[in-house]
Design a protein around this ligand. Structure first.
Ligand SMILES: [Mg+2]
Length: 401
């Protein structure tokens, strides 16, 4: 029986285009990757001597950074040592609601002490960087406002490349967005009758019909339209609520065109992060494959999906080529461990003790613990490299349940 992995496939949005745009923002489950992808390389002496299984060792967060030499003489550094900076998503990575994620605070602080630059990259446009930094300080992090890279500032930077300073901008959103628009020297207006040349839209719990209607009128009169982010939903204490993408969709229904987006997974927020933090080799760490990981992959940087938030094993196994992380981590303390190296076997992939094989259309764990991270890593490699698309594969349920 084929799996129903596609049920949990990430949501997508089609690229901006003139055709059938009314349907574009309607949330649809997308089918998992159907494109042909590379085959698993056959085991060969050259391949197996290049890919080395490294013995795992327990590391201490308080210990000095460590470089080990594997039995075959390959030097392997702690994962974090390969990067000059960490770009961290917030919810599901640093905190969950009002609680810090296990091992997040001490790991981030340790990385910082080792000279790794920390950036907090958030699609949240409703709060100012000062407020976010203050919240992070409350968890025991030494975050400063300039460490926060938000979609509001990224969106305003986009605006600044398109319209002259002083221009009238209609803001749909909260205090954070209004602040950034004013800081950039634009004049904030709240009515289409004031003839704004641009509309900028971000999430705020206060956004209502009147603001959405004014935005629609302004866009129909020719104003350019930029949105901070397209997150469809927003997690709240009481449940899942509509996010900015859903509110953008309401305007889209009225005007028939789409805005340009600044936040993850789009490039502007990553460009903003690189510029603001002054870094060259960042690792993007997130818990959503359709924003954090897709954004990092699209921007051409390494990514780590951390399993402390929203991403499920099922989603990872079914990830489309542009949503596949470089690393899968259980939590942030693994930044200070060696990431296990995959070993290509005759019919599959081995991570540590865990080996997953592709036999016909069956994806099976042949050794180790199916619930381990290494089993997930191995299964991902097998499925991602399979010539058969995910919906044609019969994946052992224990690997994703
Ligand atoms: Mg998140």
């Amino acid at each position: 029986m084929a799996t129903s992995l596609s049920e949990s496939a990430p949501r997508g949005i089609a690229p901006n285009g003139p055709i059938a745009q009314r349907q574009i923002l309607i949330q649809q489950p997308v089918s998992v990757h159907a494109a042909p992808i590379a085959q698993i390389p056959a085991e060969s002496p050259s391949e197996s001597s290049r890919i080395v299984a490294v013995d795992q060792e327990e590391t201490s967060l308080t210990g000095p950074s460590r470089v080990v030499v594997s039995s075959r003489g390959v030097t392997v550094a702690n994962l974090v040592e390969g990067y000059d900076s960490l770009l961290l998503d917030l919810d599901g990575v640093v905190y969950l609601g009002s609680k810090a994620v296990d091992h997040a605070v001490e790991s981030i602080n340790l990385a910082q002490r080792q000279g790794v630059k920390i950036g907090y990259v958030t699609n949240n446009a409703s709060r100012r960087p000062e407020a976010i930094a203050q919240q992070l300080q409350g968890f025991g992090l030494s975050a400063l406002p300039n460490d926060v890279v938000g979609s509001a500032r990224a969106a305003v930077k986009m605006l600044a490349t398109r319209i002259p300073a002083g221009s009238k901008v209609l803001v749909v959103g909260g205090e954070g967005l209004i602040f950034e628009v004013r800081e950039a020297g634009f004049t904030v207006v709240d009515s289409a009758s004031e003839l704004p040349v641009a509309v900028i839209q971000g999430f705020s719990p206060e956004v209502g019909w009147r603001q959405l209607a004014e935005a629609s009128y302004a866009i129909q009169r020719g104003a350019i339209w930029i949105a901070t982010n397209q997150d469809w939903t927003i997690p709240r204490e009481d449940g899942i609520a509509p996010g900015n993408g859903t509110l953008v969709s309401a305007v889209h229904t009225a005007v028939g065109i789409l805005p340009d987006f600044a936040g993850k997974p789009f490039r502007p927020i990553f460009e903003s992060a690189i510029e603001q933090l002054g870094v060259k080799k960042p690792l993007m760490i997130g818990d959503r494959i359709d924003t954090d990981i897709k954004g990092g992959v699209g921007f051409g940087i390494d990514t780590a999906c951390v399993m402390t938030g929203i991403a499920t094993r099922k989603e990872l196994l079914a990830a489309k080529p542009d949503e596949r992380p470089t690393y899968i981590l259980g939590d942030l303390k693994e930044l200070f461990q060696d990431y296990p190296k995959p070993k290509i076997t005759r019919s599959g992939v081995k991570f540590g003790r865990e080996e997953v094989q592709l036999i016909g259309t069956k994806v099976l764990l042949v050794s180790g613990d199916p619930r381990s991270l290494n089993a997930l890593r191995a299964a991902c490699q097998v499925i991602w490299n399979s010539p058969i698309p995910i919906y044609g594969l019969d994946v052992e349920a224990a690997l994703y349940e």
